[in-house]
Unconditional design. Structure first.
Length: 350
């Protein structure tokens, strides 16, 4: 059994920053995440997308933000259970908790910090009768390794930021990129729409609107698709079909832990420390809800800091927790030393 001071459920930006705040207070952390690598939505959904509201960074690419956070928490050496989902929670007589994952891993912790973002994600699949036959055989709902599409023919369907951004990114990697959307107008950042328009004019992206993919063809893997474009059915050869219609967030087994849930989010006491109705269990970041909640990464950072100071007081009831600024205390561990411390709207591609 793994033992730790704080068990963090979720390895997104808020969960990772929790390790840093806990480390400053000499608390050890273990992180569970159902994804195979840290980073949450920043890595799985929009790794190449710029983020503009991180203090001190006028702009930072999502994957770079995760790299910086991992570098920041490295001195505190957190342990991980990646590719595993938190399944059950049981409270022990001494007030500690045991969380068991879907892989059977047991973690004993004195504090639970749920930082699961919007929860686990299920892709919204298009209504194509035989699509399940081609999943992982040419049909993908997420892009993890762009190099997989080198010199390949790729059809992307969707009208939001993900479809636009990946069409732009893959235009420099794939042999051919076709973007299909059921409307002429795209809902995404103005800059992304303009970039797709420019790449279309240069012949690097083909845009087909208004249109829908209606069937998939191939023997052992995807070989072609049929597109309905104003009742004109066209067959197009392709290596990959990537429908990017968004993801459906779900809390998963956590919803059965006896927590107060409201609209798929966990209710917390925001006037004090972001604790849930279960003493010793906190919820921070996008997974929680309270009056005035702002679903921003920087809000999650703030909640993580407040939660860690509350957790320290719970774990050390006989010690006075005096706030020490890192400009004074520094951060131990770096190189073995102490270091002193865009708006979416509807746009059209002609």
């Amino acid at each position: 059994m793994i033992k730790t001071d704080i068990l963090i459920i979720g390895a997104g930006p808020t969960g990772l920053f929790t390790v840093f705040e806990a480390g400053l207070l000499k608390m050890k952390c273990h992180i569970i995440d159902s994804l195979a690598q840290p980073g949450g939505q920043c890595i799985e959904l929009y790794p190449k997308k710029p983020i503009y509201d991180i203090p001190a960074y006028p702009e930072i690419i999502a994957s770079n933000l995760i790299e910086k956070l991992l570098e920041q928490i490295k001195p505190f050496n957190p342990s991980y259970s990646l590719g595993e989902a938190a399944e059950s929670l049981s409270k022990q007589n001494d007030g500690s908790f045991i969380v068991t994952t879907d892989k059977g891993t047991e973690i004993c912790a004195n504090i639970i910090a749920i930082a699961g973002g919007l929860g686990t994600f299920t892709p919204r699949k298009p209504n194509i009768p035989n699509i399940i036959n081609y999943e992982d055989k040419g049909v993908l709902y997420m892009i993890k390794n762009p190099s997989d599409f080198k010199d390949k023919k790729v059809v992307i369907a969707g009208g939001g930021d993900s479809a636009l951004d990946w069409s732009i990114h893959l235009s420099n990697i794939a042999k051919k990129v076709i973007l299909v959307h059921r409307r002429n107008e795209f809902r995404g950042a103005n800059e992304s729409v303009s970039s797709v328009q420019r790449l279309k004019d240069l012949g690097k992206i083909e845009v087909i609107t208004p249109a829908q993919v209606i069937s998939l063809n191939g023997k052992d893997k995807l070989e072609s698709i049929d597109i309905d474009n104003d009742d004109d059915i066209t067959n197009i050869e392709t290596d990959f079909f990537i429908p990017l219609f968004g993801l459906i967030p779900k809390l998963g087994p956590i919803k059965d832990w006896g927590l107060d849930i409201e609209n798929n989010a966990i209710k917390v006491n925001n006037s004090l420390d972001y604790q849930t109705n279960i003493e010793g269990v906190y919820a921070i970041g996008d997974v929680n809800t309270y009056p005035g909640k702002l679903k921003l990464i920087l809000s999650g950072f703030h909640e993580a800091a407040v939660m860690c100071h509350s957790a320290y007081s719970r774990l050390n009831p006989d010690k006075k927790n005096t706030l020490k600024y890192t400009t004074v205390s520094g951060v131990e561990g770096f190189d073995g030393s102490k270091k002193q411390a865009k708006k979416s709207q509807i746009s059209k591609i002609d």
